[in-house]
Design a binder for this molecule. Structure first.
Ligand code: ADP
Ligand code: ADP
Length: 224
């Protein structure tokens, strides 16, 4: 029941003709319904870890398993489909599409994955209700508060029923009260849907409230 597993993941970048190792045998397992906080200083490799886990970048070595399936042998197209249907992403800035309503922002990923319109709309509304922003469904992102935008972004990340949720500073742009509210909504969604969540954050108060805290030391995952 570990929906996200990284085994001996290696990732380096070439900078000025030098190889810069970022992940050096990183291991991580996140169970279904578990939310793990990733806390590490800037430059430690948090984004790299999230990008490798989210199939946005290929590791140089090791293996990434999504819902038990190894991803190293998958061609780019298969990785794109897995990313679209099995992984949800939440960012510090919501990245909602400005010209679409909150509802449409949650409907669109489902249409791209082949859902029919009425099913997609009812699921979108259900997710917005769960995140307590359904009263704002018809509004565009610019008409929403920061907390509402992030709640819509979480609903969108869940639109296709992912098995894994990856978040990069999901509350980094919010005041403490709103952060708390968004965190609670995210946490109950993870528990209720039984997905595996990895959340990079600088907010130690929120990190402490997650199930487990990890950091990166010399390119390896270390439990705190
Ligand atoms: P964090 O998210 O913890 O701040 P990152 O994963 O973004 O860390 O970056 C770790 C290191 O890898 C940094 O030193 C950064 O400069 C380097 N890096 C990240 N992406 C690239 C890239 N595409 N090309 C070269 N170096 C990169
Ligand atoms: P949150 O705690 O969700 O961030 P706020 O305290 O920022 O909410 O906003 C309270 C209410 O004010 C929101 O539920 C929303 O209805 C309304 N509101 C906030 N910002 C805007 C805006 N830019 N345009 C229209 N309504 C807004």
């Amino acid at each position: 029941d570990e929906l996200l597993v990284l085994r001996d993941v290696q990732r380096s970048y070439i900078q000025a003709d030098n190889e810069l190792p970022i992940l050096v045998g990183a291991n991580l397992s996140v169970k279904a319904g578990e939310m793990v906080a990733l806390v590490a200083p800037s430059g430690a490799g948090k984004s790299t870890l999230l990008h490798v886990a989210g199939l946005l970048e290929r590791p140089n070595g090791g293996e990434v398993y999504i819902a038990g399936k190894p991803q190293s042998g998958a061609v780019d197209r298969a990785r794109t489909v897995t990313r679209r249907d099995e992984i949800g992403f939440v960012y510090q800035f919501h990245h909602l599409l400005a010209e679409f309503s909150a509802l449409e922002n949650v409907v669109l990923p489902q249409l791209i994955s082949g859902a029919n319109k009425s099913e997609a709309e009812s699921r979108a509304l259900e997710l917005l209700k769960y995140m307590r922003v359904d009263h704002r469904a018809a509004h565009r992102p610019a008409e929403l508060s920061g907390g509402e935008q992030q709640r819509v972004a979480i609903a969108r990340a869940m639109a296709n029923g992912p098995r894994v949720l990856l978040a990069d500073e999901p509350t980094g742009n919010l005041d403490p009260t709103t952060s708390d509210y968004v965190f609670k909504a995210l946490n109950s969604l993870v528990k209720q849907s039984g997905i595996s969540a990895l959340v990079a954050t600088h907010n130690l108060f929120l990190a402490e409230r997650m199930d487990r805290q990890i950091t990166l030391v010399d390119g390896k995952v270390v439990e705190i």
